[in-house]
Design a protein. Structure first.
Length: 308
């Protein structure tokens, strides 16, 4: 009887394993027809560049051309809304369920995921043109740093996400502000070493980042870290590139820092069917929603903006 019982027990265990294996097969879902797996994306320059463009596309949303500017601007009394009606941001009564704040969080972490996917995909590929692969990695590292920078300034200690592995990201705890800034600087320095000098790789459109963009962002990060001399060095390196950059002279509706590919711009979010880059059309045109609290009184005498 004992041997028969033991045999039955093993049969039941075997059947259970078969059922579990069958269930696992049942829950494996193929990718939608509109999506490609990493194994099919990072096998050619064309599809890899499309993945890089996807990181930028994930930034073309209300978070990046509106909320990153207007939320801090309102809470710090820099901006007021045209209607002059107080809101939860101007009165600093923001709820933890606020949809705009959660939108910033979700959109920036989505960009980080896309950047990590490109970094991992390129690192695992031997089929790409080496010079292009290095540039694309530089772009992905920059954009990951960009997203982490705004997240740490909105939220302080936040999860530092450097992988697409959901087993790690789903339970990621908070990292210290120091650790996050350390990673931001590291990512930007990698980007600086690999990004192109100008915009010729992008049909001379300033909708993707280059070395000067990384230098300018490093200057900003080091200002936040109070590394004054380092910040000055990076900023000076950008200012001295007068062949690409300079202050706009003779301001007008068609000669403004906010128009597409302005000489004052280092990097602009992709713009579609608008005269102004999105940041400018949202904030500073006559149809914009926000005003400087002190108007143009902060501008120096002789500043053409006082006359606009």
């Amino acid at each position: 009887m004992k041997s028969i019982y033991t045999l039955k027990k093993y049969i039941l265990i075997a059947l259970a394993l078969v059922v579990l294996s069958g269930c696992e097969d049942m829950i494996e879902v193929d990718l939608p027809n509109s999506e490609l797996s990493a194994n099919t994306v990072y096998v050619s320059d064309i599809t890899t560049e499309a993945a890089v463009n996807g990181i930028y596309q994930s930034l073309v949303n209300n978070t990046n051309y509106n909320l990153l500017h207007t939320l801090p601007g309102q809470t710090s009394d820099e901006l007021i809304i045209n209607s002059l009606v107080p809101n939860v941001y101007t009165s600093n009564q923001i709820l933890d369920t606020d949809g705009s704040i959660s939108g910033v969080w979700n959109n920036l972490y989505n960009a980080i995921y896309n950047a990590n996917a490109v970094i991992e995909g390129i690192e695992g590929s031997s089929a790409l043109t080496p010079s292009l692969a290095a540039q694309w990695q530089g772009e992905a590292y920059f954009l990951r740093a960009y997203a982490h920078f705004y997240l740490v300034n909105f939220g302080g200690e936040i999860p530092l996400i450097l992988t697409t592995d959901i087993d790690q990201t789903a339970f990621a705890g908070k990292s210290s502000v120091e650790a996050i800034y350390g990673q931001i600087v590291s990512d930007l320095e990698f980007a600086l070493a690999n990004l192109p000098e100008d915009y010729s790789n992008y049909d001379n459109n300033r909708i993707r980042v280059n070395r000067a963009t990384a230098q300018a962002f490093l200057a900003r990060v080091h200002l936040y870290l109070e590394n004054w001399d380092t910040a000055e060095q990076y900023a000076t390196a950008v200012i001295e590139q007068t062949d690409l950059y300079g202050l706009v002279q003779g301001l007008s509706s068609d000669n403004s820092p906010f128009i597409a590919d302005s000489r004052e711009a280092l990097w602009q979010l992709a713009y579609f069917n608008v005269t102004y880059a999105y940041e400018g059309s949202t904030l500073f045109t006559t149809s914009g929603n926000y005003l400087l609290r002190n108007g143009n009184s902060l501008f120096e005498d002789g500043d053409a903006r006082k006359e606009q």
